[in-house]
Ligand binder design. Structure first.
Ligand SMILES: [Zn+2]
Length: 414
């Protein structure tokens, strides 16, 4: 039985996750080239066993504190300073013979930054629930915010994570589903530093590749799940039967690269790829395999006399919903995209305040700055709050995509 959920992710992903004895069993993205397994932490008490043997898992150390308590040490992949996206993900499995309903206490000990993401649990890796407030205690140790979780076990394994898990395999599965649309074509942009495939979905209904190209990038930062959720809804809408989407697909080609940092995602990193760098500070230097791939993609468009880049959007998460755009006075082609887009989007979102921050830091090696400075096209960073309601995220993705397509259709062709 296939149980469909929001964004078209199906329960078969859960089977992938739950079947995982090893990273390879789950991570279908790690196919052609062997992928080094990150160090895995695990521990057990009389009630449960805690493991991190699945992609996206993160726990540097695990220790048994008693019959009912385990402690997990969470530490970033590289020494601080690092962006404080303190990701965690692990799996709890009841010990044989332990009856369901047992409660276990897990202490999350952060070595840096402190607790950020509200804990979520899932039996199948697809349907997630927030841990109730009464079962989460926050406290400070050496000035760092820590957390203690009280978790009620069911009959089987339970995933515990900072956000819903969207692993490379989840992403691949979603892309494969999208690629069944007659206007979508899946291809491999290239390989990450560790050999994982970085896929791209090209969307257009034009019989020959159209001149106007739109590029969407996501998941430079591994824990930024809410940005990924908005991107899924955004792309679903571009592929929908809405008349705006049909007209847009006939005129534009949209290239979607939803997971630019699969190594960081698979390893459960807080921020970086495996090169010890933030990919979104490498646009310009291009020292990393992943950013070089996207540089190549953009250069290929720029070098092709039959194609023109028209728009670039980069999906992320932060503490609130906000669009980082270029200032309206910036000369771009097409002009004034952000103002027009966000006005249309606001009209579509009664009762919701669209927040925009239009500062621009020249020379900053981020996707938004570099793509604008190199190609003169409108660019924006699409940020979704960590705790934004998930149904609202789906609505944000949908309405902002419809507004984007309306705006682009209103621009004169180059
Ligand atoms: Zn980010």
């Amino acid at each position: 039985m296939k149980h469909m959920i929001r964004h078209g992710l199906s329960v078969s992903i859960a089977a992938l996750l739950l079947a995982s004895g090893s990273a390879h069993a789950v991570d279908t993205a790690a196919s052609a080239v062997p992928v080094a397994a990150p160090a895995k932490a695990g521990c057990a008490n009389g009630q449960v066993r805690l493991d991190t043997n699945f992609p996206t898992a993160a726990a540097a150390r695990c220790e048994t504190l008693g019959k009912h308590e385990l402690a997990v040490t969470l530490t970033p992949e590289d020494a601080p300073p690092i962006n404080c996206s303190a990701w965690y993900a692990f799996r709890l499995t009841p010990q044989p013979g332990v009856k369901r309903g047992q409660r276990v206490t897990i202490t999350l000990n952060y070595t840096a930054c402190g607790h950020r993401y509200w804990p979520k649990v899932s039996e199948d890796g697809v349907r997630w629930t927030h841990l109730p407030a009464k079962d989460v205690t926050l406290f400070e140790n050496n000035g760092i915010k820590q957390a203690q979780l009280r978790i009620q076990m069911g009959a089987g394994p339970l995933f515990v994570a900072g956000q819903e898990i969207i692993a490379p395999s989840t992403n691949d599965h979603w892309l494969a589903e999208k690629a069944r649309h007659p206007d979508a074509r899946l291809s491999i942009l290239g390989r990450s530093a560790e050999g994982r495939s970085i896929q791209q979905l090209t969307i257009t209904s034009a019989p020959t590749p159209p001149r106007e190209q739109v590029v969407l990038v996501g998941r430079q930062h591994p824990p930024e799940i809410t940005g990924a959720q908005a991107m899924l809804a955004f792309v679903d809408t571009i592929l929908s039967d809405e008349p705006i989407a049909t007209a847009y697909r006939a005129r534009f080609s949209t290239i979607v690269v939803p997971m630019l940092n699969p190594d960081g995602v698979a390893r459960g990193h807080w921020r970086h790829a495996i090169g010890g760098l933030d990919l979104n500070r490498d646009w310009g230097p291009f020292t990393q395999a992943e950013t070089r791939l996207i540089q190549g993609l953009l250069k290929e468009i720029a070098d092709d006399p039959a194609r023109t880049l028209r728009l670039f959007l980069d999906f992320h998460s932060t503490r609130k919903d906000v669009f980082y755009t270029l200032p309206d006075a910036t000369i771009t082609d097409p002009p004034r995209f952000a103002a027009d887009w966000l006005a249309r989007y606001q009209d579509r979102m009664p009762g919701y305040h669209v927040e925009r921050d239009s500062s621009h830091n020249p020379g900053l090696p981020t996707a938004k700055s570099w793509v604008y400075e190199t190609y003169g096209v409108p660019t924006a960073t699409f940020e979704i709050g960590d705790d934004t309601d998930r149904a609202l995220i789906a609505r944000i993705g949908r309405e902002s995509a419809l507004a984007m397509m309306e705006t682009m259709l209103a621009t004169p062709a180059p």
